[in-house]
Design a protein around this ligand. Structure first.
Ligand code: NAD
Length: 487
């Protein structure tokens, strides 16, 4: 069991059904709400990856023979265990990541929905057939597992993002190695314990902690057949290129710069509520966070007045406090990076309407930073172009919808974008013309449910088949076409 609060423990690798002491140099895991060390984590080397890949491969050879209806029984039990331990997992997550408990619970719920969807694998994995494709010849397609799959995940959703991957991979008959973010290893350790408790055979699911060295070893290991990655765009590109060169199938989800467009006919009260959640929920550490606010025409004045009122009242505090609306950033280093963007915004001439640095604490008291809103941001400024991944909202004013769409489409990213309007024609035109994979209409965080794909475009995604939805079943299976004739 992992304590939700502050005892310092040393993490282990989970390989071949056992928790293995790593004997590797240890690195601190922080509680961002207190600035204190709560655990120590070893980083895997190439030889650890080799051991895990071999164990996973042996397990795969047996697991692929288990009928899919039996395989999903483990996931049904896992879902029950996750439901039972939802609050405990959310507390661990909130403690090591810094997002509020309510937000953490929501993300665990989203993870559970992935498991629920994967439980339908007997129907999802079916192929199709056609009698008499030529005289006396029938043809059918079947789907088979690909082998050992690996997942490499970011710090911001340590329960949900791995569940975009392994429930589908395992239900399809593959084995899996997870390399979670080294910043938040406690949540994936607890969810692995629960999966073992659900009765998954040894070696089908493995967890290796670590950084670039472990990732790079997975990308080139001959027994690893498929790589699922979620993280920043430069690393996503590296993962995509390296794994592809080594003959693996890859889905690599990258970073984002998401625009929220507000028309003057929008319901301002409700829109601002959604914009607050989008820009400052999880302290802006979401790939679906709105980070550029685009008021169209006359929308700017009423929108910004309401937004500033709400921003000044936003309660920043410890993640587990009931009254907290925005927790700290994940690490001191990440907070310094976000602050450097705020400094850059000021240098480049943007106008801070409120400055989060005024609500900062010392690093040994937690990694807090208040919300920042910059007005009169030009599209060529750094804060309008680059992913900041913190509670910083840049306002770029435009004159009409066409200019808004051109602004959004000029971004090298294409993860998500939202429009706020009461006009159906504007909404329809926006959804049709905008170059992004997920579009919200009066929705601030347009996160697709488990049965739809998470479908970023441009530099927000490298690959072909996206995460979850039906894409996941295609990604984690090979297709075979069988033609048969009986003499
Ligand atoms: P990150 O890219 O720093 O790390 C992601 C994973 O890659 C981690 O497991 C890390 O250990 C590993 N890694 C880091 N640097 C590496 C390197 N040089 N070589 C090989 N592996 C490396 O991302 P993060 O800071 O953990 O997460 C935040 C980022 O993730 C943001 O850019 C965010 O937009 C993105 N994200 C995207 C999605 C999406 O669905 N598109 C979802 C969540 C987060």
């Amino acid at each position: 069991m992992i304590a939700a609060e502050t005892t310092v423990r040393t993490l282990k690798f989970f390989v071949n059904g056992e928790w293995v002491e790593a004997h590797r140099p240890l690195h601190p895991v922080m509680n961002p709400s207190t600035g204190q060390v709560i655990a120590q984590v070893p980083y895997a080397t190439a030889s650890d990856v080799d051991r895990a890949a071999n164990a996973a491969h042996r397990a795969f050879l047996a697991w692929r023979e288990v009928p899919v209806v039996e395989r999903v029984q483990v996931l049904y039990r896992y879902k029950d265990l996750l439901e039972k331990h939802q609050d405990e997992v959310a507390r661990i997550l909130s403690t090591e990541n810094g997002k509020t408990l309510e937000d953490a619970r929501g993300s665990v719920r989203r993870g559970i929905q992935m498991v629920e969807f994967a439980c339908g694998m007997p129907a999802l994995m079916m192929g199709y057939s056609l009698e008499n494709v030529a005289r006396g010849i029938d043809s059918q397609t079947i789907r088979q597992p690909v082998g050992v799959c690996a997942g490499i995940t970011p710090f911001n959703f340590p329960a949900m993002v791995p569940m975009w991957m392994f429930p589908f991979a395992i239900a399809c008959g593959n084995s899996f190695i997870l390399k979670p973010s080294e910043k938040v290893p406690l949540t994936p350790a607890r969810t692995a314990e629960l999966l073992a408790e659900a009765g998954l055979p040894a070696g089908v699911y493995n967890v290796l902690h670590g950084d670039k060295e472990a990732v790079d070893a997975l990308l080139v290991h001959p027994l690893v057949r498929a790589i699922s990655f979620v993280g920043s765009s430069p690393v996503a590109r590296h993962v995509y290129e390296t794994a592809a060169v080594h003959g693996k199938r890859v889905q690599a989800l990258g970073g984002a710069k998401n625009h929220l467009v507000v028309m003057s006919d929008a319901d301002m009260e409700k829109s601002v509520e959604a914009i607050m959640g989008s820009a400052f929920g999880a302290a802006g550490e979401r790939c679906l966070a709105g980070s550029v606010l685009v008021p169209v025409g006359d929308a700017a004045e009423p929108l910004l007045a309401l937004l500033l009122d709400k921003t000044s009242q936003l309660r920043v505090g410890p993640a587990l406090d009931k009254s907290t609306e925005m927790g700290p950033l994940v690490t001191a280093a990440h907070r310094r990076r976000v602050i450097s963007y705020i400094e850059k915004g000021v240098q480049e001439g943007a106008m801070p309407l409120c400055d989060g640095r005024e609500r900062m604490t010392d690093e040994n008291e937690g990694f807090y930073l208040g919300p920042t809103v910059f007005d009169h941001v030009r599209p060529d400024m750094t804060i309008a172009r680059e992913e900041i991944f913190g509670p910083v909202l840049s306002v770029v004013r435009v004159k009409d919808l066409d200019q808004a769409i051109r602004l959004v489409n000029s971004s090298p990213f294409g993860n998500t974008t939202s429009i706020f309007t009461t006009n159906g024609k504007s909404a329809r035109e926006y959804a049709s013309r905008v170059e992004a994979g997920m579009v919200g209409i009066n929705v601030g965080v347009a996160a697709p449910m488990a049965f739809f794909p998470f479908s970023g475009w441009k530099n927000s995604f490298f690959g072909d088949l996206h995460a979850h939805g039906r894409d996941a079943i295609e990604f984690y299976t090979e297709q075979k076409v069988v033609m048969s004739r009986w003499f």
